[in-house]
Design a protein around this ligand. Structure first.
Ligand code: ATP
Length: 239
């Protein structure tokens, strides 16, 4: 893909001696949304951790906008424009909503306009404006997911990676969150790499998709082509 913002080639990843990924190739199109589907334990979280260089040993190549990033320090990768919303969200529960958003701006290169960006987050997620002075730990799961996404957006990323943002949330909240993701992709051209168990949702939102099985990519293509694929329909869409 010539217009790829993120280009992963022959990625291997391991925890100590346990190999999890072997020879993974994926691209995330500039301005596009790419979904990564796969069963529990396939290695989806490990793939995102490999890109951010969190906890995992990697081999192969990872390029962001043509620059090699594999193995750089996690905060350097973040400062280069990779926002990561980890599984389990990782909000600072003792900090207020607003403090969480301020933390999100710490690693970013330009510090101007932080205040305006916080207000922009409140416009995207009006509930957060209401709870700005509340400790994030007191919010509902869905609201905490919004805090985690807003915090990652405060970095002004070029690529936003989300690990199972719908996990454990009520359908109504999930719909709200996915609408916001679709909006920032459309209006700001933010590129997104979405790991999601809910394949229906993921293939609705994304234009491109990959299926990861036991550490390898077994299928990839447009979301439309994957939705029509018998194997995807049987294994992931329950059709
Ligand atoms: P899930 O949806 O269940 O999170 P996943 O596709 O994201 O699945 P990973 O979390 O990447 O899968 O896990 C892939 C494999 O790596 C699993 O076999 C898991 O047990 C193993 N694994 C994950 N984290 C570690 C770790 N810190 N140390 C050792 N093995 C790990």
């Amino acid at each position: 893909m010539s217009d790829a913002l993120l280009k992963v080639r022959q990625l291997g990843a391991a925890y100590r001696s346990t190999a999890v990924l072997g020879g993974v190739d994926i691209d995330v199109r500039r301005g596009g949304i790419t979904a990564l589907l796969g069963a529990n334990g396939a290695g989806k979280t490990t793939l995102l951790r490999s890109i951010s260089n969190v906890l995992v040993k990697t081999s192969g190549s990872i390029e962001l906008d043509g620059k090699p990033i594999r193995g750089l320090a996690t905060d350097t990768i973040a400062a280069m424009g990779v926002g990561h919303v980890p599984d389990g969200r990782g909000t600072f529960t003792q900090l207020t909503v607003e403090e969480n958003l301020l933390v999100g701006a710490i690693t970013r290169r330009g510090k101007a306009d932080v205040r305006a960006d916080i207000e922009a987050m409140y416009a995207l997620f009006p509930k957060l404006a209401e709870y700005r002075a509340k400790p994030a730990g007191l919010l509902s799961g869905g609201e905490q997911q919004m805090v985690a996404i807003a915090r990652a957006l405060m970095l002004k990323p070029r690529l936003l990676m989300l690990d199972e943002p719908s996990f454990g949330l009520a359908p109504k909240i999930v719909r709200q969150i996915f609408e916001v993701l679709s909006r920032i992709n459309r209006e700001q051209g933010l590129s997104i790499l979405l790991v999601e168990q809910n394949a229906h949702l993921a293939l609705e939102l994304a234009q491109d998709a990959y299926v990861l099985e036991m550490g390898r990519i077994t299928l990839n293509g447009s979301s439309a082509s994957l939705k029509a694929d018998e194997r995807v329909r049987a294994a992931y869409l329950g059709i």
